[in-house]
Design a protein around this ligand. Sequence first.
Ligand code: ZN
Ligand code: ZN
Length: 260
Amino acid sequence: MRFKLCVLAGSSKGNSIFLRIDDDRFLIDAGISNRKIEKALKELKEPDPSELTGILITHEHLDHIKGLKTLIKKYQVKCWVTYETYLKLRPKTGPIDTEFIEVAEPFSIGMVEFLPYEIPHDAVDPVAYVITKDNLRIGILLDCGKTSAYLFDGFRNLDVLIIEANHSFDQLLSSSYPTALKQRILSSEGHLSNWHTAEFVNEVKPKLVVITHISENNNTPEIVLSEIEERVDFLGGNYKPFFVVVPSKEKGAVISFNKK
Ligand SMILES: [Zn+2]
Ligand SMILES: [Zn+2]
């Protein structure tokens, strides 16, 4: 089985993940312009967006849907979203060719299976995904205020975990952000800190961790790695995952492998 992944963008300015499993191609979120998505797919030597098997939207925040309107107008690709999220998207995007999904209800697109998980975040019905085909297991956990045993249980035994590590707790606290914004980010419906992410990683022990959605102001790839590795090391004994960090202003590395 061939697997290919690239975080096309991962920050509070825009998020979109390209995922290919054999001949099925997906976008998770379309929070960058259609032009940037087209360019990124070309750089990946992938066909244009008309060949996508599907688009999945995690939640309605602008940094996850910015390019969606133009993308679906130009390419008529079907979207998989919850009904509540659809109601929020519809006024911004116009008609969407949609399949409705529900938390805890698995569904297939092409040859790939998806299981959506409910997550705490200040959007109407945000979801995370565990994506499987045969013995391949991928987890995607983006904007999320806190983790839980429910998520730990669902996200074990992953080949790849794509997860946000939004901020360094200390950096956010000492930043010039207004108090209300700090409170929003730190709340249980806000974003995961480096420490949250380290605890999650240590709990579910994926083979590869792709860290994304890092704050431009309250985190850096170096701080992410040092805070997470230090914490996982402290918690995890001899568990040594492999980390890839997506810089907030650049496309992530292309990750591809074959799995038998
Ligand atoms: Zn976001
Ligand atoms: Zn969000």
